[in-house]
Design a protein around this ligand. Structure first.
Ligand SMILES: Cc1cc2nc3c(=O)[nH]c(=O)nc-3n(C[C@H](O)[C@H](O)[C@H](O)COP(=O)(O)OP(=O)(O)OC[C@H]3O[C@@H](n4cnc5c(N)ncnc54)[C@H](O)[C@@H]3O)c2cc1C
Ligand SMILES: NC(=O)c1ccc[n+]([C@@H]2O[C@H](COP(=O)([O-])OP(=O)(O)OC[C@H]3O[C@@H](n4cnc5c(N)ncnc54)[C@H](O)[C@@H]3O)[C@@H](O)[C@H]2O)c1
Length: 464
C-alpha cells in the first residue's frame, strides 16, 4: 500500500530559494505548499537586496545632484531630504512585489501557508500560525530554506546596537552612525548613510573592509571613503556598549570610544535553523547551525533537502534561486543529477559608493594558486592588466571619482580568471563578462570584441 501524503512537496521558508523551488515544482504539476512565517519574499525582498538597492539609487541621485549638477550647468538647491517619502515609495514597491508573487503562486498552483514550521517526523511538518493555531501537513519531499539572521557580538550592551533589519525600519535619518563590520552589509549601509548626509564611521576588525576582494579594489574604495568623508578605522576590537544620558550610544574600543545616534552590527549572519525541529528528527547541522547537505542539496535524509543561506552556499539571492529551480527540475521534471554546481563562477556586486563588481579570482588568490607568469619558468602563471580613468560622467566636473578596472589572466593563452572594477556603472557592466569568462574567454577574445564607445565598459576590452 502506498502512503498518501497531503503534498508532493513542502517548502519551509518563502524567501528567494523557497519561492523559486516551490514555483518550479508547481509548474511541473507537483502539489506544493510553501510555508512562510513572515512576509513573503524573505530577506532579499523585505530586508535585503530590494530595499537596499532603492536606498542606494536614492543616495546616488542625491550625490549626483550635490556633486555634479552645478558643473553640468544645472542650478539646483537641495532644500531637504524627506527620507520618510523615499521609505514610503520603497515599501509601496515591495508591496507590489508581494502581489506579483501571489500571482505567480496562483499560476503555479502553489498553496501558501502562513506560520512557523517545524519538523515533527521525517515526512510531517507542524505549522503554528500567528494566532497560535497548529496544523500538521505531510509531504513526500521537504525542502528547508529558512535563510539567516544578523549576528550580535557577545559583549555587554550589544542590544543597544542595531542590525540591517533596523536600518531598513528607519523612517528618519540619524545624525551620526557607527557601523561595525567589514562585509557587504557594512560597506553598503555606510555608503548609503553617508551619501544622505549622516556622519558615518566604519569600524573594521582587520585593516580594510572586504578583505576577500582584490586589494587594489579595496584601496580604491578606501580612497573614495576619504573623498566622501566616511571615517574608517581599522584593526578595531571592542569591549562594551553603553547608552548615554543624551541618548547616544557609546562603543568602547581598543582605539577609544565612538559615540553615535545609530550603532549598527554588520558582523555576519547565522542560519535560521533553531526551532525548526531538526534535532528532533535528526537532520544534521554543523556547530554553527548550518544544515549539512551533499552536492545534490540532500540532507542526511534522502527526501529532505536544504538550500540558500541556511546552508554553506554563498549567501546570494541568485544562488538560492538557481539552486531551488534546479532541485525542482530534478525532483519533478525527471532531470536526473541536475544540481547547482558549487564551483560555478559567481559574479557579484557590492553596492558601495561607487559600486564594486567582481568575477573570479583576486590577484592575491590567483598568485597563490598559479604564481607569477614567466614564459620560461612559469608559463601557467598569471599576469595583470589595470586601468584607472575618469568616468565621462565626472570628467566634465570637478568631482574626482574615478573608475578602476583590473583583469587577472592566466597562462600563455591568457585566460581571463579575474575581472574586477570599482566606479560608475561597474554594477551594470559585469554580468555579460561573467558569461564570457564562464565559457573560458581569453584576453585575446576580449581584445577581439568590438568596443562600445563612449562607455566605461569598453576599457575591459581595450586594456594594454
Ligand atoms: C542587508 C542585506 C542585503 C542583501 N543584498 C543582496 C544583494 O544585493 N544581492 C544578493 O544577491 N543578495 C543580497 N543579500 C542576500 C540575500 O538576501 C540572501 O542570500 C537570500 O535572501 C537568501 O535566500 P534564502 O531563500 O536562503 O532565505 P531568505 O530570503 O532569508 O528567506 C527565508 C525565509 O524563511 C522564513 N522562515 C524561516 N524559518 C521559518 C520557519 N520555521 N517557518 C516558516 N518560515 C520560516 C523567513 O521568514 C524568511 O522569509 C542581502 C542580504 C542582506 C541581509
Ligand atoms: N550586494 C550583495 O550581493 C549583498 C549585499 C549584502 C549582503 N549580501 C550577502 O549577505 C551575506 C552577509 O553579509 P554580511 O555583511 O553580514 O556578512 P559578511 O560575511 O559578508 O561580512 C561579515 C564581516 O564582519 C566581520 N566580522 C565578523 N565577526 C566580527 C566581529 N566580531 N567584529 C568585527 N567584525 C566582524 C567579518 O570579518 C566580515 O568581514 C554576504 O556574505 C553576502 O553573501 C550580499
Amino acid at each position: 500500500m502506498t502512503y498518501q501524503y497531503d503534498f508532493d512537496y513542502l517548502v519551509i521558508g518563502g524567501g528567494s530559494g523557497g519561492i523559486a523551488t516551490a514555483n518550479r515544482a508547481g509548474m511541473h504539476g507537483a502539489k506544493v505548499a510553501l510555508i512562510e512565517a513572515s512576509d513573503i519574499g524573505g530577506t532579499c525582498v523585505n530586508v535585503g537586496c530590494v530595499p537596499k538597492k532603492v536606498l542606494w539609487n536614492g543616495a546616488n541621485l542625491l550625490s549626483n545632484i550635490n556633486h555634479l549638477a552645478a558643473d553640468y550647468g544645472i542650478d539646483v538647491d537641495v532644500n531637504a531630504v524627506n527620507f520618510s517619502t523615499l521609505v514610503a515609495a520603497r515599501q509601496a514597491y515591495i508591496a507590489r512585489i508581494h502581489k506579483s508573487y501571489q500571482n505567480g503562486f496562483n499560476n503555479n498552483k502553489v498553496q501558501v501557508i502562513n506560520g512557523w514550521a517545524s519538523l515533527v517526523d521525517p515526512h510531517t511538518v507542524l505549522v503554528r500560525d500567528a494566532q497560535g493555531k497548529e496544523q500538521t501537513y505531510t509531504a513526500q519531499y521537504i525542502t528547508l530554506s529558512p535563510g539567516g539572521k544578523a549576528d550580535y557580538p557577545a559583549i555587554p550592551g550589544a542590544e543597544f546596537g542595531n542590525t540591517s533589519d533596523d536600518f531598513f525600519a528607519l523612517t528618519t535619518l540619524p545624525k551620526s552612525a557607527v557601523i561595525v563590520g567589514a562585509g557587504y552589509i557594512a560597506v553598503e549601509i555606510a555608503g548609503v548613510l553617508n551619501a544622505f548626509g549622516v556622519e558615518t564611521t566604519l569600524l573594521t576588525r582587520g585593516d580594510r573592509p572586504l578583505r576577500w576582494a582584490d586589494n587594489d579594489i579595496t584601496d580604491e574604495l578606501l580612497e573614495n571613503f576619504k573623498q566622501q568623508g566616511i571615517k574608517h578605522v581599522g584593526n578595531i576590537s571592542y569591549e562594551k556598549v553603553e547608552k548615554l544620558e543624551n541618548g547616544l550610544t557609546r562603543l568602547h574600543t581598543n582605539q577609544g570610544t565612538f559615540d553615535s545616534e545609530f550603532l549598527v552590527w554588520a558582523i555576519g549572519r547565522s542560519p535560521n535553523t533553531a526551532n525548526l525541529g531538526l534535532d528532533k528528527v535528526g537532520v544534521q547541522v554543523d556547530q554553527q547551525g548550518y544544515i549539512l547537505t551533499n552536492e545534490l542539496n540532500q540532507t542526511n535524509f534522502e527526501h529532505i533537502f536544504a538550500l540558500g543561506d541556511a546552508t554553506h552556499a554563498p549567501a546570494l539571492t541568485p544562488v538560492a534561486i538557481k539552486t531551488g529551480r534546479l532541485l525542482s527540475e530534478r525532483l519533478f521534471n525527471g532531470k536526473q543529477g541536475l544540481h547547482f554546481d558549487r564551483n560555478s563562477l559567481i559574479p557579484t556586486v557590492i553596492f558601495s559608493h561607487p559600486a564594486i563588481g567582481t568575477v573570479g579570482m583576486s590577484e592575491k588568490v590567483a598568485l597563490e594558486k598559479y604564481g607569477k607568469f614567466d614564459a620560461q619558468t612559469n608559463p601557467q602563471g598569471i599576469k595583470v592588466y589595470k586601468s584607472k580613468f575618469n568616468a565621462m560622467l565626472n570628467a566634465v566636473t570637478s568631482y574626482p571619482e574615478k573608475i578602476y578596472m583590473k583583469l587577472v589572466v592566466q597562462g600563455t593563452e591568457e585566460k581571463v580568471i579575474g575581472l574586477h572594477g570599482i566606479g560608475f556603472g561597474v554594477d551594470e557592466m559585469i554580468q555579460g563578462f561573467a558569461v564570457a569568462m564562464g565559457i573560458g574567454a581569453t584576453k585575446a577574445d576580449f581584445d577581439n570584441t568590438v568596443a562600445i564607445h563612449p562607455t566605461g565598459s569598453e576599457e575591459f576590452v581595450t586594456m594594454r
